[in-house]
Write a new protein. Structure first.
Length: 119
């Protein structure tokens, strides 16, 4: 029969697996957004003048998504406590231009399951 310490460790591991899955959902969403923008750029009708505002916007959007992915990777790799991870995820979601609406609700729901399971 596992000891109390073993149960605590298993609970902790399960909790961090849930947190990792939330980071993964955010990452997958941002990767999908990047693919969407790349597809729009690839299929943009030529000729493309240097002053084409819509095309330039797509290029800027791709760069912003890349920056968000970089920020996400840095945050997800940090060796944080459970509460620090949850706080960082919440802050990331609030500051992201690409996690809104239904996606935000699904991710916040995942966060609630971590909070409920870890309480």
């Amino acid at each position: 029969m596992p000891s109390t310490e073993a149960h605590v460790e298993m609970d902790r591991q399960a909790e961090f697996s849930l947190i990792e899955s939330v980071w993964k959902r955010i990452r997958e969403h941002l990767e999908n957004e990047r693919l969407r923008v790349n597809e729009e750029i690839k299929n943009y009708p030529p000729p493309i003048p240097a002053c084409d505002a819509q095309f330039n916007y797509l290029l800027e959007e791709r760069a912003r998504i890349g920056q968000e992915l970089g920020r996400l990777e840095a945050l997800a790799r940090e060796g944080l406590t459970r509460s620090a991870h949850l706080k960082r995820i919440g802050e990331f979601i609030a500051s992201s231009n690409y996690i809104k609406g239904e996606v935000e609700q699904r991710i916040r729901s995942s966060l609630l399951s971590v909070l409920d399971g870890g309480a």
